[in-house]
Design a protein around this ligand. Structure first.
Ligand SMILES: *Cc1c(COP(=O)(O)O)cnc(C)c1O
Ligand code: SF4
Length: 307
């Protein structure tokens, strides 16, 4: 197996010997199976102005950079690494201002924290000046890929624009380091809540114990597990993908056995711009009129009479 060690942050390089991290970031020859799509979510179709994606009614994604601290081999926007068209802040602000149904701007990339605090400040300031924007989300790998990038100045700058939610990408308990905890604490202490996003990855985290440990530890830190994503069918991703059936069987064993606070939603994106699907394991064994037969988390069968 040929590994190419490229583009990794110092932080990731220092952890690359760990199994749960190595497989996420080192290229393998399996990637050359070029099945999969350049733009698996058909984001081009929903791009309103350079870098601005409007797919759902009340929220938009603003991709502010193609640079990242991580370069996950399974990145669904990996086509952007080479082909990013940039983003236009003024045109994005004009678009969002005209669309009063938009409540939230999700700043994404690449990693938004690849920009300087000064540039982020400008972007946040412009977004926050739009009256109907109620909150901002920042999708980032900063806690797992470059936790030292979270500086006191960064936090002070972000605080001006609350409410801000951090959506932190993390896939394996090996990524929870002391630096991770420290940086997460800085956000949380400043009143900036963190949710997590995890990609379900074959032979990396596709088992009960790894995900249980990850989700319970995140919750203990104060990070709410939000999404467990099926791996998008981007080019070269085939060897990372896990079947829906397996994903749901893991979700089924997690549900009930661990606190509901630790449970993310299992979700994946439909190709051709279909958007996100959220699935729960099926608990309904039978339904006759208003009489249901359910399977509980222990496998026991219970009847429920609905109204
Ligand atoms: C995932 C996604 C969002 C955010 O969806 P949530 O369910 O609110 O987390 C917004 N826009 C696009 C294009 C997305 O892919
Ligand atoms: S952190 Fe996100 S944007 Fe960056 S390489 Fe990984 S999946 Fe892609």
């Amino acid at each position: 197996m040929e590994y190419a060690k490229a583009f990794l942050s110092k932080h990731i390089s220092s952890l690359i010997h760990k199994d749960g991290i190595k497989k996420q970031f080192l290229a393998t020859i399996s990637e050359f199976k070029h099945t999969g799509l350049d733009d698996p979510l058909s984001e081009k179709e929903f791009t309103k102005t350079e870098g601005l994606i409007h797919r759902y009614p009340d929220r938009v994604v603003l991709t502010v950079t193609n640079r990242c601290f991580a370069y996950c081999r399974f990145c669904f926007r990996k086509n952007n690494w080479a082909n990013f068209e940039g983003f236009n802040l003024q045109e994005s602000i004009n678009y969002i201002s005209k669309h009063k149904e938009i409540r939230e701007v999700l700043i994404s990339g690449g990693d938004p924290f690849f920009l300087t605090d000064k540039r982020l400040d400008e972007i946040l300031n412009a977004i926050k000046s739009i009256q109907h924007i109620r909150f901002i989300r920042i999708g980032t790998r900063i806690l797992t890929a470059n936790p030292k990038r979270v500086r006191n100045d960064t936090i002070a700058m972000l605080k001006k624009y609350r409410t801000i939610w951090i959506a932190a990408h993390i896939n394996h308990p090996d990524e929870i380091t002391d630096e991770f905890r420290f940086a997460a604490r800085m956000f949380i202490d400043a009143g900036i809540a963190i949710v997590s996003q995890t990609v379900l990855l074959k032979n990396i985290n596709d088992n009960y114990n790894t995900l249980k440990n990850l989700f319970c530890e995140l919750t203990a830190i104060g990070i709410k597990p939000y999404y467990l994503f099926g791996c998008d069918f981007a080019k070269g991703n085939e060897h990372f993908r896990v079947s829906i059936e397996k994903a749901l069987s893991i979700m089924e064993s997690l549900r009930g056995n661990i606190s509901g606070l630790c449970m993310p939603n299992f979700s994946f994106d439909l190709p051709n711009g279909g958007g996100k699907i959220v699935l729960e394991p099926n608990r309904t064994i039978e339904k006759k009129g208003n009489r249901y037969l359910f399977k509980n988390f222990e496998g026991g069968e219970y009847e429920y009479i609905d109204v």
